[in-house]
Write a protein that binds this ligand. Structure first.
Ligand code: 13P
Length: 255
């Protein structure tokens, strides 16, 4: 059975104190209420990670992640944060290729391939995001777009490295819009992604890859989405900023 994961992406929200307070609520609720083998991940801004990791150190069901990392190992890149730094403060994951990074910071598949290599080399597991825009969906280009994001972003990896990845399908038109992909629409793409992985690597690797859905995911729509055979959890934006909502989404995988 592949791993079920619910990851929160706090984006650029919450000052240090607000972040600690939200996280304390989340870990208490997870400790009391989560009964399955799912993993909860909180991807906070960089400045929170060290303190959150300290708070979470006795909790096995929750891990930490960053939302970006630089492609270089180290050096004269003023204002940037390296994968090694992120790893050293206690994070396990790093979100790469989020559509907001692609859109507002011009991150290309080629750059993201480098970021993926550097993250893996430093022991971080990338949560690699792919997904089409509304225009691409309406033009029926979405399979091609997703295929090229996979081909150019992650399919250069060897089998062992690829097995460290988590993928996240986030249709750009569903992010922060309140419009969720229907569970059928999401399942169609998740099954396609898994077929592509099987074709590139093999069926065992495809079956073992955790593929998350992201985009206006809430406690209300998560049960239907997560019941789909190829949807292994969620990448949660807005709802991850409310402890009750986030933990309720994590609990969809309770036994
Ligand atoms: P929302 O859940 O706010 O739509 O954001 C999704 C997302 O971008 C997670 O990375």
């Amino acid at each position: 059975m592949r791993k079920k994961i619910v990851a929160g992406n706090w984006k650029m929200n919450l000052d240090y104190h607000e972040g600690l307070s939200l996280f304390s609520e989340i870990i208490n609720m997870i400790n009391d209420e989560v009964t399955g083998r799912q993993e909860a991940v909180v991807c906070s801004p960089f400045i929170h990670i060290h303190s959150l990791a300290h708070l979470a150190k006795h909790y096995t069901k929750i891990s930490l992640g960053a939302q970006n990392a630089h492609q270089a190992e180290s050096g004269a890149f003023t204002g940037e944060i390296s994968a090694k730094m992120i790893k050293s403060v206690g994070a396990t994951y790093v979100i790469l290729g989020h559509s907001e990074r692609r859109q507002y910071f011009g991150e290309s598949n080629k750059l993201l391939a480098k970021k993926t290599d550097t993250a893996l080399k430093n022991g971080l597991k990338p949560i690699f995001c792919i997904g089409e825009t509304l225009q691409q969906r309406e033009a029926n280009q979405y399979f091609d777009i997703i295929k090229s994001q996979l081909d150019e972003g992650v399919f250069h990896l060897g089998e062992t490295e690829f097995s460290e990845l988590v993928l996240a399908y986030e249709p750009v038109w569903a992010i922060g819009t309140g419009v969720t992909a229907s569970s059928d629409q999401a399942q169609e793409i998740h099954a396609f992604i898994r077929r592509e992985i099987a074709a590139k690597y093999n069926q065992d690797i495809a079956d073992a890859t955790t593929i998350l859905y992201g985009g206006s995911c809430t406690p209300k729509n998560a049960p239907d989405l997560f019941a789909q055979p190829d949807i292994d959890g969620g990448l949660i934006g807005g709802a991850s900023l409310k402890s009750r909502d986030f933990v309720d989404i994590v609990k969809v995988f309770n036994l």
